[in-house]
Design a protein around this ligand. Structure first.
Ligand code: HEM
Length: 407
């Protein structure tokens, strides 16, 4: 079967809108992604999405940003700041996992570092499983490790998290506790509606694992890349050094630019369920695939201007209907459910002006507040286990530089 590739912004938007093009990006990653939201189509997708959307209402996101982000960021960064240095790839996943676990509904009853390390290792394995199509390792070996981690995750984390929520939901239905006492997470939303959703236990395990990895991995890579882009930008534009600390909107625009230039997945993919005619006249026969080349789409000069391929946090508003982040959060039925949680709102309302910047923005600014700078003695290294453009390590230092102190 043929594969068609779209490279322009408008063609990509058209592909995302077509009802007869279904998700195909995760076919190789079924072991983690089978039956999860991003892999559903039509009515089944609509029903689950409608329920899960409830957790991403504006007031809930403000509550996350106001009540949870500062503590999670402080607690995760504190030991590294006092040590004076940290490796960003690990830190970013640790930080974003702490938030994603809260949002997905994964409890850590022991609260020990060892318990968090185990959850971290399972999550990293799920990420490897979800991106199996890009692995440079033996796929069967990866699959067997993912299966093993899934089983351990279910026994150690998910079973107790489900039991605790069942008990809370029972108490709420019996009038013993108020709705406010129920956790604000995906697992609770699903368990409250399990009679109408008919999700089997294994799909539930995968859905929560998916929210954990989707929430953590995307924001983690955006966090590291934004810091890297800002290091390069500030080296050339030292006059913006203060802005990074004082102007949260500037940092948010740096996050959007980073996500535009480096989408968490460089491609989207769809498979035709029937013959589909695209807006440019291309006929995509049933069974064929369409690749959305986001690296090209988001650098479309007719949309973003002659310097489309450059990182520029001062880039102005785009034409109407074009987002600062390009199509890096997708569009149409599968448009990212966690976009505002990760990167905030482009336009803020007056009454919540302080809280709509998103976790990536708040976390990047927290790093610059603590004087983050590259560790020149340990250059960043590329991950050789995947064809995706990830770093395997990126060392940074905290505090004022010796040169800065002399100055
Ligand atoms: C920088 C951060 C993020 C980026 C770049 C990103 C990117 C994307 C993209 C491109 C899609 C659409 C996939 C497609 O149509 O094929 C998507 C969907 C999704 N994202 Fe995100 N995401 C981010 C953060 C998050 C967070 C924080 C969460 C969880 C809270 C999340 C959960 C999801 C889910 C559940 C879907 C599937 C939605 C559906 O199928 O209806 N994402 N994301």
């Amino acid at each position: 079967m043929e594969t068609f590739t779209v490279t322009s912004y408008e063609d990509a938007r058209d592909v995302y809108r077509q009802k007869d093009l279904r998700q195909a990006l995760y076919d190789a990653g079924e072991i983690v992604m089978g039956g999860v939201l991003v892999n559903l189509h039509g009515d089944e997708h609509r029903a689950r999405r409608r329920l899960e959307n409830r957790l991403f209402r504006r007031e809930t996101l403000v509550r996350y940003e106001r009540d949870y982000f500062p503590g999670i960021i402080d607690d995760t960064l504190a030991p590294h700041v006092s040590h004076g240095s940290v490796e960003l790839v690990h830190l970013s996943h640790q930080l974003m996992m702490n938030l994603a676990a809260l949002n997905a509904g994964v409890d850590r009853p022991l609260g020990t570092p060892e318990e968090t390390n185990r959850l971290y290792s399972y999550m990293m394995k799920f990420i490897e499983g979800a991106t199996l199509a890009h692995t440079l390792r033996d796929p069967d070996a990866v699959k067997s490790e993912v299966r093993d981690s899934m089983g351990r995750f279910e026994a150690e984390f998910l079973a107790p998290s489900i039991a605790r929520r069942h008990e809370l939901i029972r108490g709420w239905r019996a009038g013993e506790i108020g709705e406010d006492a129920l956790p604000l997470d995906i697992l609770t939303v699903l368990l409250r509606n399990e009679d109408s959703l008919h999700i089997d236990q294994q799909t539930l395990v995968r859905e929560i694992a998916f929210f954990l990895l989707a929430g953590a991995h995307t924001s983690a890579t955006a966090f590291v890349r934004t810091i890297d882009n800002l290091f390069s930008w500030l080296a050339k534009h030292p006059e913006d050094a203060e802005l990074v600390r004082t102007n949260r909107e500037f940092v948010q625009h740096a996050v959007y630019e980073t996500i535009r230039l480096n989408p968490s997945s460089p491609t989207g993919m769809r498979r035709a369920l029937a013959d589909v005619v695209l807006r440019n006249g291309t006929v995509v026969p049933a069974g064929s695939s369409v690749v959305i080349d986001l690296m090209s789409v988001n650098r479309d000069k007719s949309v973003f201007g002659a310097d489309a391929a450059e990182f520029n946090p001062h880039r102005g508003e785009q034409a109407s209907g074009v987002s600062r982040w390009g199509l890096s959060f997708g569009s149409g039925m599968h448009a990212c459910i966690g976009q505002e949680l990760a990167a905030g709102l482009n336009e803020r309302s007056a009454d919540t002006a302080d809280y709509e910047y998103g976790l990536s923005t708040v976390a990047v600014q927290a790093m610059f507040d603590r004087g983050v700078r590259p560790d020149a003695t340990r250059p960043a290294a590329i991950d050789t286990a995947t064809s995706r453009p990830y770093w395997s390590s990126y060392h940074v230092l905290f505090g004022p530089s010796a040169a800065g102190m002399r100055g």
